[in-house]
Design a protein around this ligand. Structure first.
Ligand SMILES: NC(=O)C1=CN([C@@H]2O[C@H](COP(=O)(O)OP(=O)(O)OC[C@H]3O[C@@H](n4cnc5c(N)ncnc54)[C@H](O)[C@@H]3O)[C@@H](O)[C@H]2O)C=CC1
Ligand SMILES: C[N+](C)(C)CC(=O)CC(=O)[O-]
Length: 480
């Protein structure tokens, strides 16, 4: 029997509440929303449909089945039986006090009560007796993993463990401070940028170029200190500080000086921003942003850096050990839009990509895992035959089973079946691999444990007829 679904109550479903709703929902939680805005349901549904095309595209494994989404007129109904309650109402302390007070009365005692506040400290949020932790996320909440946690250890530890389960990266603050860590950094850049526009030094677009053409990319993969360490050359951080420390005292920045938000300044910035990207709707901009984030985070997954490392670890935790028709399920994933082509279906290359993930997972199952490869032994593919049997579309969930047809000596003969969720066999991918010594680049027999596990799989799968195996290209479908 599967475990009962967890429930998240989202209180305030604007930009951030909508993102939280999508993050929980797409990780298999039921989500109940309370927001007095009559437009909340439409707005959240639009955010969730953007999230559906972006978040699963980060993963090479299918995510859990979505939970259910409901909207409620009464706070008590929304929070009933909730395991996590997330407050994301506008950033006003009096409003936060009122809402958090009610949540503490109505939510189950065991529920985590998180506040998305960007600036307030737990001591301020809880000064009227509430028990909230700050759980400050980043927009888009469904894609970016960071959540700054601030509060009592007993609450933050529980919150951190839940956040990891939904693929997020909790960063627990050592001390409470106004605006936590990240927004203090962002605020410095934001304030400085406003001055640069106000003083006519740069336009909004030129400032965005300065960030996206250089240090924004650097920050996204290593952060500030690690990239500056490299900037110090072989002498490292000490040299960097000696060289660039003195200029900190020069009047480069405006520091605490905040430009006054006069109508003139607001019009100047809003006008430049409209000229820069007013030709796109916010939802279109969100999709562009999401596609770019997905591409970047997927690259970071290869090295395990930053946000890519978080997705990699979460993906490993999604491994299920399932089987289907007596064969191991070696991959399960949702087809991202980026896998489809001008014919409106999954492009041929990605059948091989999906099967290749299944091969890697099967190799790990027989002991030829990352550690084995690092020790200098692996398998090389020497032949592949793909049969494209049915179309696959964006959003389809593929389940791949792998049959080991033969595995004596150096050879590993595999037969992958790619199943759609509706039970249709979409493709078969037959592969021959040779066990190889990575130092000599020549075929060799595997280590004993790998040979034994391969032999066991061959025996376990022997009774299954691999319909379509050993066919030649162009052979009529109805011939065996
Ligand atoms: N927008 C951003 O980039 C980020 C915002 N935050 C924080 O998230 C919180 C929410 O900000 P946004 O989502 O940007 O604001 P928003 O204005 O987009 O959404 C606020 C929502 O709360 C609803 N609301 C108002 N009173 C309510 C009540 N009594 N009960 C339930 N819902 C109520 C509104 O109808 C609205 O849908 C703030 O504390 C903010 O500091 C955190 C990270 C980033
Ligand atoms: C502008 N903001 C202070 C509300 C931004 C955040 O809190 C985090 C983010 O997503 O940039």
């Amino acid at each position: 029997m599967s475990a009962p679904r967890k429930k998240a109550a989202i209180i305030g479903g604007g930009v951030i509440g909508g993102g939280w709703a999508a993050r929980f929902l797409l990780n298999g939680w039921d989500v109940a929303v309370f927001d007095p805005d009559p437009e909340a349901e439409r707005k959240i549904s639009e955010v969730i449909s953007n999230a559906r095309r972006a978040l699963p595209a980060l993963y090479d494994r299918a995510m859990p089945d979505e939970g259910s989404l409901s909207f409620h007129q009464h706070l008590a109904e929304a929070v009933s039986d909730a395991d996590w309650v997330q407050e994301s109402v506008p950033e006003r302390l009096d409003l936060k006090h009122k809402v958090l007070g009610s949540l503490c009365d109505l939510a189950p005692d065991a529920a985590v009560i998180g506040s998305s506040t960007s600036g307030f400290k737990p001591s301020e949020l809880n000064e009227k007796g509430a028990r909230a932790v700050v759980a400050h996320p980043f927009n888009p909440v469904y894609l970016l993993p960071l959540v700054e946690l601030v509060g009592e250890a007993e609450h933050t530890e529980k919150a951190a463990s839940i956040l990891r389960q939904i693929g997020m990266y909790p960063l627990t603050l050592r001390k409470e401070i106004d605006a936590h860590i990240a927004d203090r950094l962002l605020e410095a850049v934001w304030r400085e940028s406003l001055w640069l526009v106000k003083d006519g030094i740069a336009t909004t677009e030129e400032i965005d170029d300065a960030i996206r053409m250089a240090f924004g990319i650097r920050w996204g993969q290593m952060g500030l200190f690690e990239t500056y360490r490299i900037a110090g050359g072989e002498a490292g951080m000490k040299h960097f500080m000696a060289q660039f420390g003195p200029c900190l005292a020069w009047p480069w920045t405006k520091l605490m000086d905040v430009p006054e938000f006069t109508d003139e300044l607001v019009d100047l910035i809003a006008g430049q921003s409209d000229a820069q990207s007013g030709h796109m709707s916010i939802r279109e901009l969100e999709r562009l942003r999401d596609d770019n984030i997905v591409g970047m985070v997927r690259s970071l997954k290869r090295t395990g850096s930053g946000a890519g490392g978080v997705v990699k670890a979460h993906e490993a935790a999604l491994a299920s050990g399932e089987s289907k028709d007596g064969l191991p399920v070696t991959a399960r994933r949702q087809v991202p839009t980026s896998w489809t082509d001008y014919n409106g279906h999954m492009n041929e290359t990605h059948y091989l990509e999906a099967a290749s993930q299944a091969t890697d997972n099967l190799m790990a199952m027989v002991g030829a895992d990352e550690k084995y490869v690092a020790s200098g032994k692996s398998y090389f593919t020497v032949e592949t035959h793909i049969r494209y049997l049915e179309e696959v579309h964006a959003g389809d969930q593929l389940t791949i089973t792998s049959q080991v047809l033969a595995g004596e000596g150096k050879r590993l003969h595999l037969f992958h079946r790619l199943w759609r969720k509706d039970g249709t066999l979409a493709a078969t991918v037959e592969k021959m691999l040779l066990h190889t010594d990575l130092t000599t680049r020549r075929a060799c027999t595997p280590e004993d444990l790998v040979a034994k596990l391969v032999a066991q799989m061959v025996a376990d799968h022997a009774g299954k007829h691999a319909d379509g195996a050993a066919r030649y290209v162009g052979q009529p479908r109805d011939t065996a």
